[in-house]
Design a protein around this ligand. Sequence first.
Ligand code: HEM
Length: 243
Amino acid sequence: MKRDYAPVLPGEGGTDYARYMRTDALLDLQRRPEEVIHRDELLFQVVHQSTELWLKLAAAEVAEATARVDGDEPGEAELLLARAVLCVRLVTDQLDMFRHLSPADFQAMQPALGNGSGAESPGWRQAQTASRHLGRAFQDLLARRRLDLAVLYDGSPADPTHRLAEAMLDWDERVALWRSRHYRIALRIGSHAPAGVRGSAATTLARLADHRFYPELWQVRADHATGPAAERTPVSAAGADDE
Ligand code: HEM
């Protein structure tokens, strides 16, 4: 069906889609053909820029989930965290695009990147800050309810607070999966000394891949696998469709 509507929104662009989505500005954010020193800069920028957008959404959802935890609404927080988890799954998948980038191509575009590193990603910084705030909000929630984690995991897995804890584990795991994938990609494309060699970026990335935001949640889960309540402890309620 042909659409032929005149735009009614203010802003730049020939259509309301262009005006609302700001497509002119968005599509102008990549280096122009006459600027690029390597044609794969477009691939490189699209993956990074779209990652920043998904992480902006993820961090906003985690921040809102934290506000819901503060407001004693663990069920709402769980739903919001599921969105954030999906954001990070999507950015993990798109790391696969770098499989098409050879070390030589990556090396050739280095002058265009200056000293830039994904380690400076504002999206990842926000996501990490939001994750720490969520962890503190969860501890406060337990304290307000005079609830011990072990007791929580002894109780019903349908309890909204228990479900929130599991959603936080999903989030923690999803970030770790991104890190593992990113580490592999860095090994494949970068020219670093292998992990284990002191000072190598690979060593740092391998260590970070084991980082956990909420070690106490992983611990209580592990404890319940071996404790008397093992039979009542369910496998993760939320869909763990990991690779
Ligand atoms: C060609 C693809 C990529 C390569 C070769 C690569 C390589 C690296 C390397 C070597 C490091 C270690 C620190 C450094 O030397 O700067 C690093 C860190 C980092 N990179 Fe990447 N990276 C790639 C893509 C990405 C993407 C798409 C993102 C998303 C924004 C990203 C985000 C990060 C973050 C957040 C760190 C800090 C370590 C962490 O928190 O786990 N990188 N990357």
